[in-house]
Design a protein around this ligand. Structure first.
Ligand code: GLN
Length: 484
């Protein structure tokens, strides 16, 4: 397979499709001449979410405040991709600072889901197809992969931003265990939850890119040290050796099938589970009772951390300086900050800053922030109670010998919503609710993989998620391979 031919087919797809999909916000010039090497990702086109720093392209986080930002360095994950031969084809759209579920909060405009029902494809031109959301916040990453504009894409995932768009666009999306992939050079949203994710059209391609990035980075203080990684891998192998489906125990958490779950989603997910059972896997119903509190805890904690992270964008040290609208200069520094932040941040980011600042205020701290931290611990305990592999971070929790190796559940409550979904609903809560199935694994720091289920060419994509113990990324990838 010639890489240069691959390269041009991906770049051709960018040229023909990007105007209507709006995935890429910056395209890099093709490397010339193409270097001859034998590296693992040699010549493979990889798109990078615009929250991840690149030395040769701007990094805007889809924010008006960072439109002029040209980082002088590559994030560790980008450096690793380049060192392994990948061609970084460009930067892809996202919700501003990763805050959103539909990729509609972007200074670059919304991403349009490239999925096209087969019946529509024959009768309509590309630009006239049904306009649905690609999901968010990594909508550009998912759409770029779905439209074959790249081999793989880097995304981020704080509360579902990789798995939700993967599910809506019909691609594979991996949120690795927290701390496995370096966050150095990745613009922070909520540090205790942020993960770099990988998206591709197959589990194999996802694994290939993940394998290159899964290394300790001393520049990231939250990067898991090599011994911890090793211990977790052994614990995962002890739980399930990967030899056969007949030794795999799959837990199905009842709380992940709420009444509101669309039948478009529940039907195919149930069928996929039945099929796994017929092929020899043991399917067990399990309960994760804290699940109903996860969404509220997530929005309190992520907004609290975001309010602190967003404080640096004041137009003085970080962020575009917004000129004073009056003839005079700003009367004082506070006025400069206020104008910069009111004009520079979009409405969703401003909402999160207000939410988070309130949760951290003296009056609300105990009732909101601390309470949410407690819920986070209960969520972790729920997972540890049902998973067979030991949690390498809690020494006092013994392995659950009769537990399950992985959990399986729908990735999203519905198929891709129409692009005006949020505008048509009464409040932004409708968009927040989309994350209800993805945030528990984020709060617990666990690996989660969304894999598209095989559907007819006329049905909008549906994803199924596989969640494992911390460090069992290889296990969730293997199970993903068995499902796809
Ligand atoms: N939709 C969630 C939010 O808006 C998750 C975002 C993410 O994972 N970056 O917070």
């Amino acid at each position: 397979m010639s890489h240069s031919r691959n390269l041009s087919s991906w770049r051709q797809a960018i040229q023909t499709k990007n105007a209507s999909v709006n995935a890429f916000v910056h395209i890099s010039p093709p490397p010339h001449p193409w270097p001859e090497s034998k590296l693992p990702l040699d010549g493979l086109a990889v798109a990078v979410k615009d929250m991840i720093c690149t030395a040769d392209m701007p990094t805007t986080s889809s924010s008006a405040l960072l439109q002029q930002f040209h980082p002088p360095f590559d994030a560790t994950v980008v450096r690793l991709l380049r060192e392994h031969g990948a061609d970084i084809v460009g930067k892809v759209n996202c919700d501003e600072f990763g805050m959103g579920s539909l990729n509609v909060h972007s200074v670059h405009g919304p991403v349009v889901n490239p999925f096209q029902a087969a019946s529509a494809a024959s009768s309509t031109v590309w630009d006239e197809r049904e306009r649905r959301s690609a999901g968010g916040s990594s909508g550009g990453s998912a759409a770029a992969v779905a439209a074959s504009m790249c081999y793989a894409a880097l995304s981020t995932d704080t509360g579902g931003s990789t798995r939700l768009p993967a599910s809506y666009c019909g691609v594979v999306g991996l949120k690795p265990s927290y701390g496995l992939l370096s966050r150095w050079g990745v613009i922070s949203f909520a540090d205790s939850l942020d993960c770099v994710g990988v998206m591709a059209n197959s589990v194999d391609a996802t694994r290939r890119v993940f394998g290159v990035l899964d290394v300790y980075d001393e520049q990231d203080p939250t990067s898991a040290p090599p011994e911890t990684r090793q211990k977790a891998k052994e614990a995962a192998r002890q739980s399930w050796s990967g030899a056969s489906l007949s030794s795999l125990r799959i837990g199905v958490p009842q709380e992940y099938f709420p009444q509101e779950l669309s039948t478009e989603v529940s039907g195919p997910v149930q069928r996929a589970m039945k099929e796994l059972q017929m092929r020899g896997a043991t399917i067990l119903p399990v309960s994760l009772p804290t699940t109903p509190y996860a969404l509220s805890a997530y929005y309190v904690l992520s907004s609290a951390e975001a309010s602190s992270n967003m404080a640096r964008y004041d137009g003085v040290r970080y962020g575009t300086q917004i000129p004073s609208s009056s003839e005079d200069r700003f009367p004082n520094t506070a006025a400069r900050y206020a104008v910069t932040r009111s004009v520079g941040f979009g409405s969703e980011v401003q909402r999160r800053i207000l939410l988070g600042t309130y949760a951290l205020s003296a009056d609300a701290f105990d009732n909101y922030f601390l309470q949410a931290q407690r819920v986070r611990q209960l969520i972790k305990d729920d997972f540890n109670r049902v998973l067979r592999a030991v949690d390498v971070f809690s020494r006092d929790v013994p392995a659950t010998t009769d537990g399950v190796d992985v959990l399986i559940h729908p990735s999203a409550m519905r198929t891709a919503p129409p692009l005006d979904f949020e505008a048509g609903s009464s409040n932004s809560l409708d968009a927040y609710v989309q994350d209800v199935l993805t945030v528990p694994a984020s709060l617990a720091g666990l690996p989660a993989l969304s894999v598209p289920l095989r559907r007819t060419a006329d049905e909008w994509p549906v994803g199924i998620s596989i969640v494992g113990q911390w460090g069992a990324d290889d296990t969730v990838l293997r199970v993903g391979e068995l499902i796809e």
